[in-house]
Design a protein around this ligand. Structure first.
Ligand code: NAP
Length: 590
């Protein structure tokens, strides 16, 4: 097959060290695939912007030497119908870094999607999608600036692995027979069947990448997203293996959310990345209600597919969301939208998605200043109401421009006076202030924060009501009732008074007052609470699991337990209602 790909002269290849770190020369060769449909329009515009940014940021000391690679329709024309020629595969592996426009999936002829082929051929196991808001971009959220996350989606496993058996086929019947007869499973006749493989290997290499990213970019947390409450051995295992990887490979750089609260009182130790997990459906809610709680996310294939588009839609739509697919060394950056064929060659569409994929690329190779320059110029242009047709639809008073004019406007801005250092400082200060405010809430009201931030409680101390009130046994029931109503509590812990006959702690609940005082016809102002209290006080240690606590309540047939710390000091109270509400909301904890 003829050689169509030429590496530009004057450029040098990027290489990778044994630990995967890139060695980037000042004149690297980087591959680009123009793409089909609107691909040429947006690629042309973006190449101009990227080149201008690099030139400006490094005073001409650095320059990308672009090597055109061929995929899709352009490849088919050049390579005799081959949509993804071997030469391109080889070049992608050889150059390590490339960027591509959207590609048409050829219809018929049994073609796999080119994007799927690309991921499989190069084992690009991590799909990385940063989603943040840019000032001026239309959004349905009240505070879209709170969204700033990077999603690491596993790309090779899960129900997307392609292990499926069509209803009625021989293979389907064979698998169904095995599941019914050998495994004792039950399901409806003629059900289509699919397999959901999730492996420790696949999980760990993805989570490793996410944690490394968080460390390298001073991110606060990595959230493992899963439905482990329902699918224990796949989604639940993803969670378990994720924590395991963090513990094994990043013991000094990470802490778990449990430790954040239990050991550090809600204060994140400097430089540590907090590893937490959230149930997938709650994640969708939280990204609308409290998006600033989240930073880097690691997800399995299907959850990540839904989640990344949903979050992108919150801050301006998939039209501007960038993305990349990565292996340990190779990274292919790409526009996340399709080829929009009806707009092809009209110089009309928004180049944002490809543009920001290029920004990601620049960050990936460590050329951060050029990346920041583009982002700052973009916000200025959008802020001035200069937009392509898609944003113009949603922005009143906007000036609609062509793709190429939009690129001109950004390049003009970059040539002007943009104070990158000030913008970076302001952004860092805003992030820091936001982090401090959240930390303050974690320290002051840990319980409220736990529930509001969607954290699944595991131990008694996660769920207990710390609003524990103890009163001397000599207090009258009437005084205790006033206090209980005022504080909205349903029980008080009773401390023995010196003259009490029984020198033992107890508890008095609303129910005790009703059954032992009111229905007995006694006057609350004449009865001491020590007479009404139930003894002995049944306690549970703060670090006991909710599961064990529920079991203890069941065995003893009681509804509340006083929570004590490791020194035996009462620190809170937990009731069966608390556990009921938690299980109803989050499922049964492990
Ligand atoms: P699409 O190409 O993403 O277009 C759907 C709609 O999204 C467009 O009609 C347009 O909306 C809007 N849009 C997409 N890109 C835009 C841009 N840069 N600026 C402004 N608006 C943009 O999806 P599709 O029509 O379903 O797919 C078309 C082809 O693309 C198919 O062959 C598909 O296989 C392929 N595809 C490729 C990739 C990829 O290579 N990564 C991904 C997805 C799809 P309005 O009509 O509202 O203006």
């Amino acid at each position: 097959m003829s050689q169509r790909i030429e590496y530009p002269e004057g450029g040098k290849k990027i290489t990778a060290s044994a630990d995967g770190r890139l060695n980037v020369p000042d004149h690297p060769i980087i591959g680009y695939v123009e793409g089909d449909g609107i691909g040429p329009d947006i690629s042309r515009a973006c190449l101009r912007i990227w080149n201008a940014a690099v030139e400006k940021a490094y005073d001409g000391q650095r320059q990308i030497h672009w090597a055109e690679l061929f995929m899709g329709e352009k490849a088919a024309a050049l390579y005799d119908g081959d949509y993804f020629p071997q030469e391109t595969k080889d070049a992608l592996k050889d150059l390590l870094i490339a960027i591509k426009g959207p590609l048409t999936t050829p219809v018929g002829g049994g073609f796999r999607s080119l994007n799927v082929s690309l991921r499989q051929e190069l084992d690009l196991y991590a799909c990385v999608r940063p989603v943040r808001h840019y000032a001026g971009v239309p959004s349905p959220l009240k505070k879209p600036e709170d969204v700033d996350v990077v999603i690491f989606r596993e790309n090779t496993e899960d129900v997307y692995a392609g292990i499926e058996y069509r209803s009625g086929s021989d293979k389907n019947q064979k698998v169904a027979r095995f599941l019914r007869e050998e495994m004792g499973e039950t399901f409806f006749e003629d059900a289509g069947l699919g397999v959901k493989p999730i492996s420790p290997f696949g999980t760990k290499r993805l989570v490793r990448k996410a944690i490394q990213y968080a460390i390298d970019h001073d991110r606060e947390s990595v959230t493992l997203v899963h439905k482990g409450n329902i699918m224990k051995y796949t989604e639940g295992a993803f969670r378990t293996w994720g924590y395991e990887l963090a513990r094994e490979e990043f013991p000094d750089q990470t802490i778990t959310e449990e430790e954040l609260y239990a050991t550090h009182g809600g204060k994140r130790p400097a430089g540590k990345v907090v590893i937490k997990d959230r149930i997938a459906d709650i994640m969708f809610q939280l990204m609308l209600l409290r998006p600033n709680e989240f930073d880097v996310m690691a997800t399995m294939n299907l959850n990540g597919d839904y989640l990344s588009d949903a979050i992108a839609a919150e801050v301006g739509g998939v039209g501007i969301a960038p993305g990349a697919n990565m292996s340990d060394t190779v990274a292919v950056f790409e526009a996340t939208h399709g080829t929009a064929p009806k707009y092809a060659n009209q110089d009309k569409v928004n180049p944002g998605s490809l543009l920001f994929s290029g920004v990601m690329l620049l960050q990936h190779i460590g050329w951060v200043k050029a990346a920041e320059l583009i982002t700052a110029a973009y916000e200025k242009v959008i802020g001035a109401g200069i937009v392509t047709y898609d944003f113009a639809r949603n922005l009143e008073g906007a000036t609609e421009v062509k793709t190429s004019q939009f690129a001109d406007a950004i390049i003009d801005q970059m040539q002007g006076t943009i104070d990158i250092d000030r913008i970076r400082r302001e952004r860092e200060e805003a992030v820091e202030a936001e982090r401090r405010a959240r930390e303050q809430r974690r320290v002051v009201a840990p319980q409220e924060e736990m529930v509001a931030s969607g954290r699944v409680p595991h131990t008694v101390s996660d769920l207990m009501n710390p609003n524990l009130v103890s009163m001397l046994g000599s207090t009258t029931v009437e005084d205790a009732m006033h206090l209980m109503r005022e504080r909205r509590i349903s029980s008080v812990v009773v401390q023995p008074a010196d003259d009490d006959e029984i020198q033992e702690w107890g508890i008095m609940t609303q129910r005790d007052v009703i059954s032992r005082v009111v229905s007995a016809g006694r006057q609350p102002n004449t009865v001491r609470i020590s007479e009404v209290a139930t003894r002995p006080l049944i306690t549970v240690q703060e670090d006991v699991s909710l599961f064990d606590c529920a079991e203890m309540m069941g065995e003893r047939n009681i509804r509340r337990m006083v929570v004590v710390d490791t020194q035996g000091r009462p620190i809170g109270i937990i009731s069966d209602t608390d556990i009921f509400a938690s299980v109803e909301q989050f499922g049964l904890p492990e």
